[in-house]
Design a protein. Sequence first.
Length: 70
Amino acid sequence: MQVPPAVTEVVIDDTVLGFHLEDGRYISVPIDFYPTLALATPEERARFEIYGSSVFWPDLDADIGAEELL
């Protein structure tokens, strides 16, 4: 099994959730795919931690991996 590429940057706003990956790709989905994030405040969305190929929002108890967007 191949390890997904690490997330290097997160783009998140009222319309999109996007990850820049270490291999140069940018992947994104409509924010509505993740209701927890869609309903969160901009401040809650802005507080996240990157762990390799996964991004965690501690205030929201939400964890999204790059493989979910690929």
